[in-house]
Design a protein around this ligand. Structure first.
Ligand SMILES: NC(=O)C1=CN([C@@H]2O[C@H](COP(=O)(O)OP(=O)(O)OC[C@H]3O[C@@H](n4cnc5c(N)ncnc54)[C@H](OP(=O)(O)O)[C@@H]3O)[C@@H](O)[C@H]2O)C=CC1
Ligand SMILES: O=C(O)C1=N[C@H](C(=O)O)C[C@H](O)C1
Length: 268
């Protein structure tokens, strides 16, 4: 089996630690480097420490050196960090898996531009189950295209900084595309005060933040006399991390281009 050497960005973060654990477990993946910001708590410590394994790979604050040591960067940080790492990966000709959410249009355009030079997997959710739900939503939206109001409801931990989640937005995009609507113009983000009656063409989003909720997403199709709910609940971050390892393996030896988890999982 061919091997891919990965560098984990944001190594001290919730996903960074999970990604290191997954990289150490996954066949065909070698943990080549782990890096974070210079004020991060684990700089200089063994990347395997959290997983109770000595790896000899020390967490560094030298992003360029970490990226140079790998074939592929796996990045779950913040949009500004990801875009800085992407510029380094592009300059060094390295592949990249991007799980970070919350990009604006310019950030997404920068990712598409970099993918003209290096291969990139960019997806708001790497879990296999969520990607299966995206396909289920296409079927549901097709069948329930008349007379059903669409609402996307998501819940996450108190530390999450972007809303709605990237996954909720992608769910909205999938349903909107199937219904021939443009999410840019039909989305309603929360409601307050005298809103008037609901307009049939809208897709509503509701966001809950609290405690340690890993990530729950529901798409509700509400008709007169019946409701259909399609729900995914995460009990652990490991499915995101294992999905990212599949994405890194998918990129091994691949040409430049922009891919997502539907490509990685062969769901297109
Ligand atoms: N696609 C998917 O499947 C999933 C995506 N995500 C997304 O991944 C991202 C990270 O989530 P999570 O791990 O919970 O977040 P954390 O805050 O726990 O971790 C983020 C890490 O990135 C570092 N970081 C923050 N800002 C920068 C920056 N500007 N430059 C470089 N490094 C930076 C943080 O360092 P410091 O602590 O010093 O700020 C930290 O180490 C979020 O966008 C989230 O939505 C999460 C789960 C699954
Ligand atoms: O921040 C998180 O935790 C998560 N973020 C992603 C998102 O915004 O969709 C994926 C998952 O829901 C966890």
């Amino acid at each position: 089996m061919s091997q891919i050497r990965v560098a984990i960005a944001g190594a001290s973060g919730r996903m960074g630690r999970m990604l290191i654990e997954a990289a150490l477990k996954e066949e065909g993946v070698v943990l080549a480097a782990a890096f974070d910001r210079s004020d991060a708590p684990f700089i200089g410590r063994d990347a395997g420490e959290m997983a109770g394994v000595a790896t000899g790979v020390l967490i560094t604050d030298d992003a360029a050196a970490a990226i140079a040591a790998a074939d592929c960067v796996i990045d779950f940080t913040r949009p500004e960090g990801t875009l800085a790492h992407l510029a380094l990966a592009r300059a060094a000709g390295k592949a990249m898996v991007i799980g970070t959410t919350g990009f604006d249009a310019a950030g997404k355009a920068a990712i598409a531009a970099a993918a003209e030079h290096v291969p990139v997997v960019f997806a708001p959710n790497m879990a296999v189950g969520v990607n299966a739900v995206f396909r289920l939503l296409e079927v549901a939206a097709r069948i329930l295209s008349e007379g059903y109001d669409v609402e996307v409801i998501e819940a996450h931990h108190r530390f999450k900084v972007d809303a709605p989640s990237g996954t909720a937005l992608r769910m909205g995009e999938v349903v909107a595309r199937e219904l021939g609507r443009d999410l840019e113009t039909c989305a309603i983000y929360g409601r307050e005060g005298h809103t008037g009656e609901r307009s049939a063409q809208t897709i509503g989003f509701s966001t809950i933040r609290g405690g340690d909720v890993v990530g729950d997403h529901t798409v509700l199709f509400a008709g007169i006399g019946e409701r259909i709910e399609i729900t995914h609940k995460s009990g652990s971050r490991m499915p995101y991390a294992l999905g990212s390892m599949r994405a890194a393996r998918f990129l091994a030896g691949r040409a430049r281009g922009l891919y997502d988890m539907q490509d990685v999982l062969g769901l297109r």
